[in-house]
Design a protein around this ligand. Structure first.
Ligand code: BG6
Length: 480
């Protein structure tokens, strides 16, 4: 595996801790080695030491020297950038030839682009020219995959100059999350949900991707991305696709992605009134005062970048016509939570109406993607005692309780899948295109007006317009 961007945050926080956890579980191939490539001058040993410290700090497993040593023995470092021309690729080739010889990696290559998009072109051209003649070559591309439809198309064209679509693995790390994969289990592994998974029984769906974190020193990136490109374009739209897709004919990469892309194609562009945006001002997160977005380091003090987006969306097909899907995503919200809430229609005949203590609420199937991973079903039940009082109670499945094992990190699953050549959990070209088409349409009407920012305080649930979006339909965001 060759990691471009080896001195970056992703390599330190996610990639090496994931490789370590895989090694600790013997899930890495025996014949494996890593070459880190970055601008910083450092030796193989310095690279190993730096990554060891990263695994100790960010890993989810106890650190064991013998596991680390097995990984470290196959680690090399090459200093340079693609701008150094062919020279840097010659060094990479030498390191890889050494690994083929010493570790028996047989010319198989995974190239990981953990660099800003501006560096993609020279790297991809370089890899293309230096592909070995034997073994397979795969390319993992980190987000952001383009900035808009046009740049995504250009990027696809660049990748296709050297790689076949089956060799390209576009990361959306949400798809690697255990709980996101579990989205398919309630529907397709249980007979009872599928018959009611449609407009006849479902009133609406709410998807929330809420973070308490701010932008974590990533102003350079975030100022140009905003919530719509950072979360909505990828993670949120993928969650919609998984929730709304038809059953695939099998669980191969293409069958799953064929169904997801149909959902994305069926989503019509929301009107301006159906999308709201916000930006956080000062406020409190867990009792601590935090600065407003415009006061964050590196952010333009009059920035118009949105840190919150909410929308009312529709999937125009036979299953979902007229069923609103309300989504919201934001930074510095009141709580960290990613949930998908399926709100079922009210019971058709309400004999218990008067008996309901707090109003008999419709059933909700709540899928907790994170934290407190699990699934919970809200149902009405009789309060024990005299008379007949009804209250909403929850039937819960919690991963921690049911399986008594830690959930793997998304990157562990994704790295192994790529090495095995399984692209089911990666985004295909046509999905990315559909995602950008929707985002471009929203961004286009955003250009026409200038909202008053900031419009929500850090530590709240976003701007009032987000509540109004549902309020106009006589609905409300799920209570927290
Ligand atoms: C990333 C975004 O894709 O996802 C970040 O760029 C965000 O802004 C992160 O914080 C959230 O991921 P997770 O796994 O912590 O929910």
């Amino acid at each position: 595996m060759v990691i471009f961007g080896a001195s970056g945050d992703l390599t330190k926080r996610k990639l090496f801790p994931a490789l370590y956890s895989l090694a600790a579980r013997q899930l890495l191939p025996e014949k494996f080695g890593v070459v880190g490539v970055a601008r910083t001058e450092e030796s193989d040993d310095e690279f190993r030491e730096r990554m060891k410290a990263a695994v100790q700090e960010f890993g989810r497993d106890d650190f064991r020297e013998e596991v680390w040593q097995g990984l470290a023995d196959g680690m090399h470092y090459v200093a340079g950038t693609a701008d150094d021309g062919d020279e840097v690729f010659k060094h990479i080739d030498d390191a890889l030839a050494g690994l083929d010889r010493d570790r028996g990696t047989g010319g198989n290559r995974v190239y990981y682009l953990a660099v800003p998009p501006s560096a993609f072109e020279t790297i991809v051209e370089g890899i293309g020219k230096h592909r070995p003649s034997e073994g397979w070559t795969r390319l993992i591309v980190e987000k952001p995959f383009g900035h808009d439809l046009q740049s995504a198309q250009e990027l696809n064209a660049l990748l296709h100059r050297h790689f076949d679509e089956t060799e390209i693995f576009r990361i959306d790390h949400y798809l690697g999350k255990e709980t996101v994969q579990n989205m398919l289990a309630p529907r397709f592994a249980n007979g009872i949900f599928e018959p009611i998974w449609n407009r006849q029984f479902i009133d609406h769906i709410q998807i929330t991707v809420a973070e308490t974190l701010g932008i974590e020193g990533r102003a350079d990136y975030y100022e140009h991305a905003g919530a719509i490109r950072d979360i909505f374009q990828n993670h949120l739209l993928q969650l919609i696709a998984l929730t709304a897709m038809e059953p695939p004919i099998d669980f191969t990469a293409d069958s799953i992605r064929n169904e997801k892309v149909k959902v994305l194609k069926a989503m019509h562009t929301p009107g301006p009134k159906h999308v709201v945006r916000g930006q956080y001002g000062r406020g409190y997160i867990e009792g601590q005062e935090v600065p407003g977005y415009r006061e964050e380091e590196g952010v333009d003090p009059s920035s118009m970048t949105e840190t919150f987006v909410a929308a009312k969306l529709f999937v125009d097909n036979w299953r979902w016509a007229d069923t609103p899907i309300y989504v919201r995503a934001g930074k510095r919200l009141a709580r960290r939570e990613t949930t998908i809430a399926i709100h079922f229609k009210r019971a058709p005949h309400p004999p218990f109406e008067e008996a309901a203590a707090e109003g008999l609420r419709p059933n909700v199937l709540l899928i907790h993607i994170q934290p407190d991973e699990g699934v919970s079903l809200a149902i009405g039940a009789k309060v024990p005692g005299q008379g007949l009082q009804i209250r909403t109670v929850h039937m819960d499945f919690l991963y921690g309780g049911a399986f008594r094992t830690d959930l793997p990190e998304a990157y562990e699953r994704l790295l192994v899948d790529c090495m095995r050549g399984d692209a089911s959990l990666f985004t295909r070209e046509d999905e990315v295109i559909e995602q950008w088409q929707l985002v471009d349409a929203i961004v286009a009407f955003w250009r026409r007006d200038r909202p008053t920012f900031p419009n929500y305080a850090a530590g709240t649930w976003g701007p009032p317009s987000s509540d109004e979006l549902l309020g106009r339909d006589g609905r409300a965001w799920r209570r927290h």
